[in-house]
Design a protein. Sequence first.
Length: 472
Amino acid sequence: MEIFLPYVAGQFVESSLVHSIRNPFSGNEVAKACFADNAMMEEAIAKGAEAQKLLAKMPAWKRAEILHFIADQLQENAQYHASLLATEAAKPLRYASTEIDRAIQTFRVAAEETKRINGELIRMDWTKAGQGHEGIIKFMPVGLVAGISPFNFPLNLAVHKIAPAIAAGCPIVLKPASSTPLSTMALARILHMAGLPNGAVSVLPADRHVGNMLVTDPRIKLLSFTGSDTIGWKMKAEAGKKKTVLELGGNAGVIIAQSAHPDHLLDLCLQGAFAYSGQVCIHAQRFFVHAQHYDYFVDNMRRLALNLTCGAPELQQTEFSSMIDEPNAIRVHDWIQEAVNQGAELVCGGQRNGAFVDPTILTHTHQQMKVNAEEIFGPVITIQPFHHFEQAVQLLNHSRFGLQAGVFTNNIHEMDYSFAEIEAGGIILNNVPTLRFDHMPYGGIKDSGLGREGVKYAMQDMLETKILVKSF
């Protein structure tokens, strides 16, 4: 049985806090993971603070070389990392392999972006008082970063914190999700070989009490958290003076307009609806379909959902597997039952067996039902008809969340109207909101978060603007 150790400021450290990590689908033990205690977290923070100046002075070419090395090592061992991810997170192997590819790309993008941290020259003679003066602007590393990543993309969402930090010249302490720590702990073995200074990166799974040191410690200059909105906003309130970046999810909407061709978009919508059992921040949860296409769309989504290949996540043919654990499956099942009791129609699914919830489609829902109003984070979608495009946008915006939205239309006015009027951080045209490229700005408004990820945009928060004003 493989044992994974916390990576504390350049050293793998044994711990008495040993946790059994199990495959959520089978219940079988995958590996053992040692969790960090307060002393280990304190050492990681202290050594990270000490490494700030050393890492800030590292030249761009060296940071790029390190980031490419990490990407190369991931590429060489992609099959191992994909298999590990699939078994610890119950993520079908096809999706796990894609996540490894994305993590590799994220490191490569960071290698390029570290070369693009340029300064500026600003003229001061916009006024008479400024004549004879100029300013030289540099972008300096903010300092020690704390990253807290979730279970659903256990490698790539951690990499979206680690890679920009290295590129920006910031040390980072990363706490992975307690249920899926193995992928990031395996990554730490590559980081250890990459030539980073001790303290530049630490990877420590921990309970919430120990992990909260990353939220409250004043030596940390930026907190980057991905997870639930309830926990994220609570962390912001406790974070003190440090910068805070929050990626908090939502209940993403999809509009299928009258001008769309519904037969061309069904496969995309199926993937957006049920990939990784809907445990995706940009899961396509609420579908608004023009009345002309409504019956066709409902019937065919039902047919496709019932034909998904369900099974063990480590099998290549599996398209759909279990949720992360039984408590979350119970919650999702309860929400389905509540919606049905309130008048929703169950088109398909609605059953639970342990951590497995069938792909579920609901119609005749209303906006106050949890399956619409909240982030379900499970394999459930709702489908509602509309008659006018503006009505669909209004329905989509009726949410406290605003991360991403998908719009299928061939009408240029509707495209422009969507971009101007939909309240979300990203509008995905003729695709589902589940689409994300790792170099694009990614983040939400309203309760969906604060700030942006995507390597270049994450780096902007990890850099401070500094100016030298001089006369000539």
